[in-house]
Design a protein around this ligand. Structure first.
Ligand code: SF4
Length: 337
């Protein structure tokens, strides 16, 4: 039995692209997730970052089997989710839940908070009596920082931050072990973002939840994550302890992301030089050969377009990146204090 609570092995999610009006035929495949390997311990918070379109949301949904992967395996607590079908998968869903970017879209506008949370609880625990239900829902409301006086209100009567708290409560109602939060704060005001991030961190700690926090913004995942995985064009290009990835980014793409994060210290902020990458990420339908980052990489050499780099570390540690020039490039962001 593995030491890891969640194990993702060579996961691929490819979508067929079809053309033709009368006779549809496949003309290519979008390789949204293209060979991801990841492991996570129970209670660990993993930040998953990358530009929009890099495949991070598809990866989150593929892990939870909301999108069935094309190949590879997802093991949760020793059970293969990818091999589960039908009723077995439906029952297992209580163990893993997702929180979406837009809480308004993920809540039923015709259900009060009490109804929405009761419904979720009853799918998980049908034995709950009516007398037990209301205090349990009230307890859950308090846990996510909402007053029980809101129990009879509808989603449109809440602010964005409160709605995200309700969405979190609904996800927790089934007592999950794994939570995937997909850009949970990007639709919220900046002043509210920190509250939701802190709430998720606190809940993960209290409930020993394994959490995958997906964001396009490295500064958002910095404070909540134990480890950070950086994704580019369907692959993980760097993985390591959050502090390490920030202070010593190894992969040229991570260096560019870190260089874009403002610092609180005015002196460092004045020294900060942003690395501007040329062009846009290539299409996931036609990823470039070799290292997928080579058309935009400031350090690319001829070999980069020939060889797909393996995941490697500088010192045998858990801080790893996929770059054939790993040992030649200085760790950290160049020209920064
Ligand atoms: Fe850049 Fe080459 Fe490293 Fe890819 S392998 S990140 S192109 S230096």
């Amino acid at each position: 039995m593995s030491d890891y609570f969640l194990e993702i092995k060579d996961l691929k999610t490819h979508f067929p692209v079809e053309r033709g009006i009368f006779f549809r035929h496949e003309v290519g495949r979008v390789k949204a997730v293209d060979g991801v390997n990841l492991s996570q311990s129970q209670g660990e918070i993993l930040g998953l970052v990358g530009e929009s379109g890099c495949g991070k949301s598809t990866l989150g949904r593929s892990i939870l089997q909301l999108i069935r992967p094309s190949s590879g395996e997802v093991m949760l607590d020793g059970k293969s989710l990818t091999r589960m079908q039908g009723e077995a998968l439906r029952l297992a869903r209580a163990d893993f839940q997702m929180i979406f970017q837009d809480p308004f879209a993920s809540l039923n506008p015709r259900m009060t908070v009490l109804d929405a949370l009761s419904e979720a609880m009853l799918t998980h625990n049908k034995a709950l009596s009516e007398q037990e239900l209301k205090p349990t829902v009230t307890g859950l409301m308090k846990r996510v920082g909402l007053s029980p006086q809101y129990l009879r209100k509808y989603p449109h009567e809440f602010s964005g931050g409160q709605r995200q708290r309700i969405a979190i409560a609904r996800a927790l109602a089934v007592n999950p072990k794994l939570l995937v939060a997909d850009e949970p704060v990007s639709a919220l005001d900046v002043s509210i973002q920190a509250q939701i991030i802190n709430l998720l961190a606190q809940l993960a700690k209290e409930m020993d939840l394994t959490l995958i926090f997906i964001s396009h913004d490295l500064s958002v995942v910095k404070h909540i994550s134990d480890r950070i995985a950086v994704m580019y064009l369907g692959r993980i290009v760097e993985l390591g302890p959050a502090e390490e990835v920030f202070s010593n980014p190894l992969h040229p793409y991570t260096k560019a992301l870190v260089s874009a994060v403002p610092t609180a210290d005015p002196h460092s902020e004045r020294q900060r030089k942003r690395i501007i990458l040329p062009g846009d990420p290539p299409s996931a339908m036609n990823p470039p050969p070799g290292c997928p980052f080579h058309p935009r990489c400031p350090y690319a050499i001829n070999d980069c377009s020939q060889t797909l780099p393996a995941f490697d570390s500088l010192d045998g540690s858990h801080h790893q990146a996929s770059c054939i020039r790993l040992r030649e490039l200085e760790p950290g962001v160049p020209n920064q204090a």
